[in-house]
Design a protein around this ligand. Structure first.
Ligand code: TRP
Length: 331
C-alpha cells in the first residue's frame, strides 16, 4: 500500500519517517533520510541479524551506511526494517515470515542461520535474499553456483584461512601440541570450518579434542573441559562462541593457554590471535549488492563475493597475560 502511494506522492518519505517510532529490537529508517531526490523509487528492505555480537554489529553498520550513502546514485529511497533474532531458530522464522508478509522488496540476512531462515521463508516468492558473512554458502544450501546464482539468493562470504591460522599458531606458540575445538554443532558455518580444520590437523599429525556445544549455556563448561585436556583452544567462525567470547577468554587466561579464533572481533573480546577478513569491507560490499539488486539487476547476474583479505590480529593484553611475545605483530 505504502509503495503504491509513493508513486503519487512526492513527499512519500514522510511515510517512511513515520515508521521510526518503533521500539524493541527492531527499527525502521529511510536510508535516504530527507534528501530523497524527486522521483526516487521507494523500496523496503527487511534486515535480519542472527544475534548481536560485535562482528555482526559491525557488518550491519557497514551495510546500512553503504545503502544510505549510495541509494541516491541508484535512484532509490530505501527503508530498512531491522530485526535481531537473538540466536533463536523460531525467532528467525517468525521474523522472515513477517518480512514476506509485509511485502519487502528484498531481505538482507547477516550470518548463516539467519540466511537459511530467510531463504526458506522467501522460497517461491521471488523476493531476493542477499546474505552477508555466510562462510560456506553451498554447504548451507543457499547457492550452488557461486558465480551465477541459480535462485533468488546471493551475497557475501567470509572465507576462513584455516591453514594460515594454524601456521600463525605454530609460529607464536610452537610448544602447543594439541587443540581443543569449541563450536556449536547447529551452525553449518562452524561445521564447515571444523571439517577443514580436522583434515588439516590430521594431515599434520596434531591431536585435537572435540568440544561441540549445543547452546551458549554449554560454552563455559566445554571451554574449561577442553583446557584441562589440551594446550590451546581453537574456535571457528561460530556465532554462539563469539557471543560468549569473554567467558572463553577468561577461562583460557586463567589456564594460561592461547585461544586461536577465526574473527578479529573475537580477538578484541579477549581471544589470543587470528588471521581473518575485514568485516566492515564485507558489509560495504553487501550494501553494494543490495543496491544493485534493488535497482533491477537479476540475482543470477550478481555473483557471490568471497572475501579473502586476511589480516593477522593479536591481542597484546591476552598475550601478556599468558606470557607470549607478540611484539612483531604489535606496533
Ligand atoms: N561467518 C559467520 C556465519 O556464517 C558469521 C560471522 C561473521 C561470525 N563474523 C563473525 C561468527 C564473527 C563469529 C564471529 O554465520
Amino acid at each position: 500500500m505504502k509503495k503504491l502511494l509513493s508513486l503519487f506522492l512526492c513527499a512519500a518519505m514522510i511515510l517512511a519517517l513515520a515508521g521510526c517510532a518503533q521500539g524493541g529490537s527492531s527499527s525502521q529508517e529511510s536510508a535516504q533520510g530527507e534528501a530523497a531526490p524527486e522521483g526516487a523509487k521507494e523500496v523496503t528492505v527487511g534486515l535480519i541479524q542472527l544475534m548481536e555480537h560485535p562482528s555482526l554489529d559491525e557488518i550491519r553498520a557497514a551495510i546500512k551506511a553503504r545503502i544510505q550513502e549510495r541509494a541516491g546514485e541508484y535512484g532509490l529511497s530505501v527503508e530498512v526494517q531491522y530485526q535481531n533474532a537473538q540466536n533463536d531458530t523460531s525467532t528467525i522464522n517468525t521474523i522472515c515470515q513477517q518480512f514476506v508478509a509485509n511485502g519487502v522488496d528484498a531481505i538482507v540476512a547477516i550470518a548463516t542461520p539467519a540466511a537459511q531462515g530467510a531463504a526458506a521463508a522467501a522460497q517461491n516468492t521471488g523476493i531476493p535474499i542477499i546474505f552477508s558473512a555466510v562462510t560456506d554458502p553451498a554447504a548451507a544450501g543457499l547457492v550452488e553456483n557461486l558465480t551465477a546464482p541459480e535462485g533468488n539468493v546471493t551475497g557475501t562470504s567470509d572465507a576462513i584461512p584455516v591453514e594460515k591460522i594454524f601456521s600463525l599458531a605454530a609460529e607464536l606458540t610452537p610448544d602447543v601440541k594439541s587443540f581443543g575445538l569449541i563450536y556449536n554443532t547447529s551452525e553449518v558455518n562452524s561445521l564447515s570450518v571444523i571439517e577443514e580444520t580436522k583434515a588439516y590437523l590430521d594431515g599434520q599429525g596434531i591431536p585435537y579434542v572435540d568440544g561441540a556445544v549445543t547452546s551458549s549455556a554449554d560454552v563455559q563448561t566445554s571451554a574449561r573441559h577442553l583446557l584441562e585436556q589440551c594446550d590451546a583452544l581453537f574456535a571457528p567462525i561460530d556465532n554462539t562462541v563469539a557471543g560468549a567470547m569473554g567467558v572463553v577468554a577468561a577461562e583460557a587466561i586463567q589456564a594460561g593457554k592461547p585461544v586461536y579464533v577465526a574473527a578479529d572481533s573475537m580477538v578484541a573480546d579477549g581471544g589470543f590471535a587470528t588471521v581473518g577478513v575485514n568485516y566492515t569491507n564485507l558489509g560495504t560490499q553487501t550494501g553494494d549488492m543490495v543496491l544493485k539488486i534493488l535497482s533491477g539487476t537479476p540475482v543470477s547476474e550478481v555473483p557471490v563475493e568471497v572475501l579473502r583479505d586476511n589480516a593477522v590480529t593479536v591481542n597484546p593484553e591476552t598475550a601478556a597475560a599468558i606470557g607470549v611475545d607478540v611484539s612483531q605483530y604489535v606496533q
